[in-house]
Design a protein around this ligand. Structure first.
Ligand SMILES: NC(=O)c1ccc[n+]([C@@H]2O[C@H](COP(=O)([O-])OP(=O)(O)OC[C@H]3O[C@@H](n4cnc5c(N)ncnc54)[C@H](O)[C@@H]3O)[C@@H](O)[C@H]2O)c1
Length: 451
């Protein structure tokens, strides 16, 4: 299922019509293909403030085969003058005056960004600042990056990473993700990276080789895309869905050489059945993706208890119960495990008619934040991904007007694809993503809702 308007606006006839009528012309986003270079075109790396990460970033990018330009040589344009990405190292800011350097570097560099380019800003976490002036300068990065995201055209994105001192070794996987086509629909996001044991020499093509992954709600939509992307990245996938979706589930599992497990995740014995299946068939599990979710929309004043309770049971309670059962099952959740929980933009912004759904999805965000320290103590992580408008059967059921508006009110002017959510989850599932924990990553094209 593709975004029909983006396909139309990029067809010969559609280009003419949209130009003549002055309609938005969303571009086809650059999406990840295994084996392709990280980025088309060079990267220019600059700094504002002391910039303690510049050498680390340059080394990581060169290792990945990316041509790195310094701002001094950037004007002497190679590669037709177009840049694949612009990286600003804004660590070491002491006061807002230091931000002048950010403006001076970014303004000319962003002019040279090619389509589906990337702007990435690295900064120190505002909460750890020594003075109010330093906290102000660090927090300013937030407004700067979100605004750049809204100004960029042609499918380009702007994101930021807060990197505390000591977390430098955790930077590689986030840098690769945010510059690559894996992050096509991740825009306007600010994540914090923490110090962690990151394996050396991570395999970029099959980072999940030898891993066992469980994906709930895998029979269709986003879950099926997650199962396929995790399998492409090397994992053996146990695809879980309700018995009623058995045929579709078998098709997904067979297509990727995985295993189908028919299971209603809200059944009282579901956690135990999953634990037994994983122990008997695989001896353990490395990656768990809680994706299954439902909507039962009604205004709160008209909502019966069944609608409230079923949504809570599938979207939140099952995630809590299954995760707890996996933690309790001795040795089952392997060291370095990755749990990724699907939340929603509605859980951040709220949504009319979705009190039950939004409450359940906000609960997921609280859950991963609370569990992160325990996971870290096992070398594991737990994170959430909050999709915005994603083109699936769930969104196909919306009335035409709501669907069209919902899919356009973001900086990329289009709905995301299930694969965009799947790529973000697959990145969080990588061993090299050890430094991203307790975070919620929105995959929403920088939606205006809840931003
Ligand atoms: N599509 C979007 O725009 C969007 C936006 C934000 C969040 N999400 C979230 O992404 C996830 C996937 O959404 P989707 O659009 O692919 O939905 P979908 O309805 O197409 O697929 C959901 C799958 O979950 C399965 N499922 C439902 N209840 C289950 C249960 N009790 N046990 C096992 N499996 C069960 C369904 O059978 C189905 O195969 C959901 O958590 C949803 O809330 C979707």
């Amino acid at each position: 299922m593709a975004d029909w308007y983006t396909t139309f606006a990029n067809s010969g006839f559609g280009t003419t019509i949209t130009k003549q009528l002055g309609l938005p012309r969303p571009v086809e986003l650059r999406r990840y293909e295994p084996g392709e270079p990280l980025l088309p075109g060079a990267v220019v790396v600059g700094s504002a403030g002391a910039g303690r990460l510049r050498d680390t970033v340059t080394a990581v990018l060169r290792d990945a085969g990316v041509m790195v330009q310094s701002p001094v040589t950037a004007d002497g344009a190679t590669d037709g003058g177009k840049l694949g990405a612009v990286v600003l190292d804004a660590t070491g800011l002491t006061s807002p005056a230091d931000l002048t350097g950010a403006h001076d570097f970014l303004a000319p560099a962003i002019k040279r960004l090619r389509a589906s380019g990337r702007v990435l800003v690295l900064a120190d976490p505002p909460v750890e600042a020594a003075t109010p002036a330093q906290a102000a300068a660090r927090q300013a990065v937030d407004g700067l990056v979100r605004s750049i995201g809204k100004e960029l055209l042609n499918g380009s994105t702007a994101n930021a990473l807060f990197v505390p001192e000591g977390a430098e070794a955790s930077l590689t996987a986030p840098l690769h993700f945010f510059l690559s086509g894996r992050s096509a629909y991740v825009d306007g996001q600010l994540l914090t990276v923490s110090a962690a044991d990151v394996p050396a020499n991570a395999d970029d093509v099959t980072p999940l080789a030898g891993k066992v992954a469980v994906v709930t709600g895998a029979a269709r939509g986003i879950g099926a895309a997650i199962a396929r992307v995790l399998a492409r990245d090397g994992a053996h996938v146990v695809a879980v869905d309700v018995p009623a979706a058995g045929d579709a589930l078998a098709e997904v599992a067979n297509g990727i050489g995985g295993t189908a497990l028919q299971l209603d995740i809200t059944a009282a014995d579901a956690p135990q059945r999953l634990v037994e299946h994983l122990r008997e068939r695989h001896g353990g599990v490395d990656v768990v993706v809680h994706n299954a979710g439902i909507t039962r929309d009604k205004l709160l004043v008209n909502m019966d208890a069944t609608r409230w309770n079923t949504v809570m049971a599938v979207n939140l309670q099952a995630q809590l119960d299954i995760t707890q059962a996996l933690l309790d099952a001795d040795g089952l959740l392997r060291d370095g495990a990755r749990v990724v929980c699907v939340s929603s933009q509605s859980g951040i912004a709220g949504n009319r008619g979705q009190t039950n759904y939004a409450a359940s999805k906000a609960g997921v965000i609280g859950m991963v934040r609370a569990w992160a320290p325990e996971f870290a103590s096992r070398g594991a992580t737990i994170n959430a991904v909050a999709p915005g408008f994603i083109v699936t059967e769930m969104t196909a059921k919306m009335p035409f007007g709501t669907r069209e508006i919902g899919s356009r009110i973001n900086s990329l002017q289009q709905g995301g694809l299930p694969v965009d959510v799947a790529e973000t989850i697959a990145w969080l599932a990588q061993p090299a993503s050890a430094g991203v924990n307790g975070q919620t990553v929105r995959v929403c094209g920088q939606s205006m809702l809840g931003a």
